[in-house]
Design a protein around this ligand. Structure first.
Ligand SMILES: *[C@@H]1O[C@H](CO)[C@@H](O)[C@H](O)[C@H]1NC(C)=O
Ligand SMILES: *[C@@H]1O[C@H](CO)[C@@H](O)[C@H](O)[C@H]1NC(C)=O
Ligand SMILES: [Zn+2]
Length: 589
């Protein structure tokens, strides 16, 4: 026989007629059939590269699609403002010992003014615990005389600070820099655990210690020092500069940021701001590359309260399942399945992976291969990605829970209560489940799933289900949302090949830290005060621009004992803001 003949058969022509069977018969014939089938399959594959790519064949059947990941993670050149001797001198002054000393004094002094915010704070004007912010305002006035002489200061809802440095060109939308004045409290029982007392603002030769040193007085003071420096140098902005400092970020910003945002919107209108920079993520080493990761997205948030009500009675004649037992069953069902790990195209972590593929020497081969496939533009592939599990996300999630939850809605049963007496059946048992919503999903996804599960339990125990309808009755399961709920934030555009706020921000990062630093959009699993500012601009960045190569990775000591910030980190933040303001001032965007 001539097996090669089948190779030249046009696809779809069917199998060749086999020659008459000679004496050694059936075995040969079967082999021929199998061979012909394999060859035809190979021919089919070769003509269909999509299939060849998808199934990881050990041999190459089609020319591989070379995805240019660099074009998907464009890096702008380092962006320096136009030369200006006076302003450049001022910039150089940040590096002098005198500025360093003064900066340490200013930040240390700010930490020493206690500005704790508490979840149970009463109304402004009634609860005396708010008054600490007057002390902080007094402090800022003393520390930054030029700002208080030249800028307009408006106090919004008593303690919110809005500084306006009016630019000469009204056609340019303002640059808005944010920070918050408040800190989380220091629980009295933890004070002894601090190396330096939490309100000391101690300087140990490299770091400034104390509550608020890195969340968020460093950013607030860096912004103020930048403006004071630019005023001193005689800078005349074309573009208006706004500083907006809330005072209850650590308890959701309902009185501070919400009032400030409304005030600013009233004055500048919807989309009236060019760019916003607030506290957020900073720098991180990954796959052998240093990334700057300004946060361009925030996960959503919702707490769901689960309540089971059953008749009470004496525990000597119990029902088989009490409220507590039924609630436990529901919780077990909830935990039995996790939300899917999914990486939609808008999720900044998808860009981060492509940045890794483009620039990182140690980027994992397997992730790269999955990215290649994901990036295929064929409709057939796209459909498959939507229909099936997100293999790329699942593989990326193997890096650990911190990465996984950038791509997955989290659920955590954090609070439970029920029962009051050991010999009385509990009439009511309640649990609270905390969720952070994945990019591409909504709080409704969570509510639908819980309604479905609670419905099954209610049916099993003949209870009425009240799912998010605000009602309740005896013998029922009640689901209710929290007063504080937040959808996923709109994702900030972050393509540096397009001239815009992101390219200015990224170019400024590379000007300060060098072009080995790769700037990629990042994602916040928590929320900042910017949650109230969504209407003001599409270009919101949650970014801590200070970097010190010796900093501990991650969030460091935020919200815990021994909060501190390195002076090197802080001074770099001042440098960055100084360059950024000048770059934004020159940018025609
Ligand atoms: C800065 O502070 C250090 C330590 O307190 C001091 O020795 C030094 O003279 C100061 N330098 C300037 C220029 O103020
Ligand atoms: C279920 O509850 C209803 C009223 O709450 C009651 O009338 C009915 O008999 C119960 N059914 C069972 C099977 O217990
Ligand atoms: Zn903060």
């Amino acid at each position: 026989m001539k097996p090669k003949a089948s190779l030249v058969l046009p696809v779809g022509a069917g199998f060749p007629k086999l020659p008459p069977v000679p004496h050694n018969a059936k075995a040969t014939r079967r082999k021929s059939l199998i061979f012909a089938a394999v060859v035809t399959f190979v021919v089919l594959l070769a003509s269909c590269p999509d299939i060849a790519q998808l199934h990881s064949f050990p041999f190459k059947l089609a020319p591989s699609r070379q995805i240019d990941f660099k074009s998907r993670c464009a890096q702008p050149d380092a962006l320096f403002p136009t030369q200006d001797d006076v302003l450049d001198d001022a910039y150089a002054r940040i590096s002098t010992p005198a500025f360093r000393n003064a900066s340490i004094r200013r930040l240390s002094g700010a930490v020493q003014v206690k500005t704790e915010s508490f979840d149970d704070l009463g109304p402004i004007g009634e609860d005396p615990r708010w008054d600490v912010f007057y002390n902080f305002h007094d402090y800022l006035e003393k520390a930054f005389p030029l700002i208080h002489q030249h800028l307009l200061l408006e106090k919004v809802n008593t303690y919110g600070l809005l500084y306006t440095w009016k630019g000469s060109d009204d056609l340019l939308k303002p640059t808005l820099l944010m920070a918050h004045q408040d800190t989380v409290p220091v629980p009295p029982e933890t004070v002894d655990a601090w190396t330096y007392p939490p309100w000391s603002g101690a300087y140990d030769g490299t770091h400034i210690w104390g509550r608020g040193a890195s969340d968020d007085k460093n950013q607030l003071i860096a912004v103020m020092e930048t403006i004071e420096l630019l005023l001193e140098a005689g800078f005349k902005p074309r573009r208006t500069i706004l500083l907006s400092f809330g005072f209850d970020e650590e308890c959701s910003g309902t009185r501070g940021a919400s009032s400030l945002a409304a005030f600013i919107k009233e004055r500048y209108g919807r989309e009236g701001i060019a760019v916003i920079v607030d506290e957020g993520s900073g720098f991180e080493q990954a796959w052998g590359t240093l990334f700057a990761k300004p946060g361009t997205a925030e996960k959503g948030y919702t707490d769901v309260h689960l309540t089971v009500r059953t008749p009470g009675g004496h525990s000597s004649v119990p029902s088989d399942h009490t409220s507590i037992g039924i609630l436990s069953e529901l919780i077990t069902m909830i935990e039995a399945e996790q939300y899917p790990t999914r990486l939609v195209n808008e999720n900044p972590y998808y860009t981060q992976l492509q940045c890794g593929a483009a620039y990182s020497p140690e980027f994992p081969h397997k992730l790269k291969k999955l990215l290649d496939r994901r990036s295929s533009t064929s409709a057939w592939h796209q459909k498959r990605w939507k229909a099936e599990q997100d293999f790329l996300a699942i593989e990326a999630a193997k890096q650990g829970p911190v990465i996984k939850y950038l791509m997955q809605t989290s659920q955590a049963v954090d609070v439970i209560s029920g029962g009051i007496k050991v010999n009385a059946l509990p009439e009511r048992a309640t649990a609270i489940v905390n969720h952070r919503i994945n990019i591409g999903e909504t709080t409704q996804v969570v509510k639908d799933r819980l309604t479905h599960l609670a419905g099954a339990v209610a049916k099993k125990y003949n209870l009425t289900l009240h799912a998010f309808d605000g009602k309740e009755e005896p013998s029922s399961i009640i689901l209710s949302g929290s007063t504080y709920e937040l959808e996923v934030a709109p994702v900030t555009p972050a393509d540096a090949s397009v001239k815009g706020p992101f390219s200015v921000l990224a170019g400024t990062v590379r000007a300060l830290y060098g072009e080995d630093v790769i700037v990629t959009p990042g994602i916040m699993t928590g929320n900042t005060d910017t949650r109230y500012y969504w209407d003001l601009t599409k270009h919101i960045f949650r970014f801590a621009p200070g970097f010190d190569p010796e900093d501990e990775p991650g969030l460091g000591t935020i919200h815990t004992v021994n909060e501190k910030v390195s002076v090197r980190n802080h001074l770099n933040a001042v440098r960055w803001f100084t360059l950024f303001i000048r770059n934004m001032d020159e940018a025609d965007i």
